[in-house]
Design a protein around this ligand. Structure first.
Ligand code: SUG
Length: 451
């Protein structure tokens, strides 16, 4: 019997709940969807329910599903740090008048994209047999730079048991160590309980390096990826560091997970994903103990524009017990002829384990550049590690019902940019989040709870 079968090792997808202040503020440079939808009216209730439905349908299909809470927004503390003073209402009103771009940033519900929450190494690959976590510093943008502290609290609250879980400090929040977490990290392996190889994809080198994007920022540095690997004790034999193609970043591919997705031995990628495609595959093949199954999508089949607009590569690739794989694609893939026919004729009909496609509507998130894969943080856990989790964070029918009722109770279905200054929105959000931490039984994780 294989190691994963013995220890019942599973991949758990921890999806981020869409927060009550979900809005479109055009905050993310280089993220085409965010830049083009800034100013639209959002529907936080619909966003949260779409996310919950995705979680529920994957749970119903037999995949292990977890949930992570959103963050405290508006982050009035951040506005105070920037010199706004007075009561909460006064702080919000002054920011709305004097620095609306800052108010928008502190209201972002961007923590829903938990693929950016951090990088995880499963215990199977760690010398001390613990699961290792590093929250991403997300220093590339102000609205996301606000996330790591609470992300750290949340991860430490849930993965609290020190016998099983090890937490590392966030990397220095400076351009040299720009880190966007699991969106630029893929673990390839045979079965989950077998040793894996960690593919870290970076956009630029802080110290040296020849090629870098010209138009849009590269959000991950080689130095950051190397530091995370070092923290987790990963050796050279366990890691591959590959540069993302700078032209892809300039076409709107702001994370590797917008152009590639891997799971088990399969790496589904677009020909423009890596600067050195052959070198990357060769190194993976040399280091993996199981044969790599590359599934390459050529430019002639899917243009960069189609890849970025459809988020084909931001699909979730899920492993089934019989070794086949299921691809969970966003609804936008159906709207692009070239993408849909590539899915049918190249992926499903091809000689690879992908045998099923599920379409999910996560439009509220997609308009900000977050597809199915952005919304989840993958954590490979053994039975014992799952049993050691703190809180009620693994989805069940009862938890789904509770969370759906909670969203329906507190969330608005209409949020225009001007509503962000509404002090009632801030109050509603705090009340909702306080109740959520009780519902999830994770204790105090938010600044307003920790004092
Ligand atoms: O960081 N969008 C996010 C989307 C992150 C998607 N995550 C992954 N690819 N893993 C970002 O660009 C937009 C917020 C706004 O414009 O209101 C935003 O932050």
């Amino acid at each position: 019997m294989s190691a994963s079968a013995i220890n019942n090792v599973q991949e758990v997808n921890f999806d981020g709940l869409v927060g009550p202040t979900h809005n479109y503020s055009g905050l993310a440079v280089g993220n085409v969807a965010s830049m083009s939808h800034g100013g639209l009216v959002s529907n936080p209730k619909e966003g949260a329910l779409q996310g919950l439905l995705k979680m529920k349908s994957l749970m119903d299909a037999g995949y292990a599903q977890g949930v992570l809470p959103p963050q405290q927004r508006p982050d009035i503390g951040a506005l105070r740090d920037l010199g706004f003073s007075g009561s909460n209402s006064e702080v919000l009103a002054r920011a709305a008048k004097e620095a609306p771009q800052l108010l928008r940033a502190v209201c972002s519900a961007s923590s829903m994209w938990t693929a950016n929450a951090g990088t995880i190494t499963p215990s199977i690959d760690a010398l001390d047999s613990r699961v290792h976590f590093t929250p991403a510093n997300l220093q590339s943008s102000f609205h996301r730079y606000l996330e790591p502290q609470t992300t750290g609290h949340v991860l430490q609250a849930i993965f609290r048991d020190e016998q099983h879980f090890a937490h590392h400090p966030v990397l220095p929040a400076t351009p040299a160590f720009s880190d966007e977490g699991a969106a630029n990290h893929t673990r390839l392996c045979g079965e989950y309980g077998e040793p894996g190889v960690h593919l870290f994809v970076y956009g630029r080198q802080a110290f040296g390096g020849e090629r870098a994007p010209q138009r849009y920022p590269a959000r991950q540095t080689l130095e950051a990826s190397q530091a995370v690997a070092r923290q987790h004790g990963l050796t050279e034999a366990q890691t591959v560091f590959a540069q993302q193609h700078p032209d892809a970043i300039d076409a709107g591919v702001f994370h590797n997970d917008v152009i590639a997705v891997g799971n088990g031995p399969v790496l589904l990628y677009h020909e423009m994903a890596f600067l050195d495609e052959e070198g990357t595959l060769d190194e993976l093949r040399a280091k993996m103990s199981t044969p790599l199954i590359p599934v390459r999508v050529p430019l002639e089949a899917v243009s960069m524009e189609d890849a970025v607009a459809s988020y084909l590569f931001n699909s979730q690739l899920l492993t089934n017990p019989d070794g086949t794989m299921t691809l969970v694609v966003p609804g936008e893939c159906q709207e692009r002829e070239a993408v849909w026919s590539t899915i049918q004729n190249h992926l499903l009909a091809g000689n690879n384990p992908i045998s099923e496609v599920i379409v999910k509507d996560v439009k509220q998130s997609m308009r900000n550049g977050g597809g199915p894969a952005c919304l989840r943080l993958r954590v490979v856990l053994t039975d014992a590690e799952r049993a050691a989790l703190t809180g009620r964070v693994l989805l069940t029918d009862a938890l789904y019902d509770d969370l759906t009722a909670w969203v329906n109770r507190y969330y608005r279905d209409w949020l225009a940019p001007d509503d962000l200054a509404d002090p009632l929105l801030a109050e509603e959000s705090l009340t909702a989040l306080d109740e959520l931490t009780q519902l999830l039984k994770i204790g105090s994780v938010y600044p307003f709870q920790l004092g």
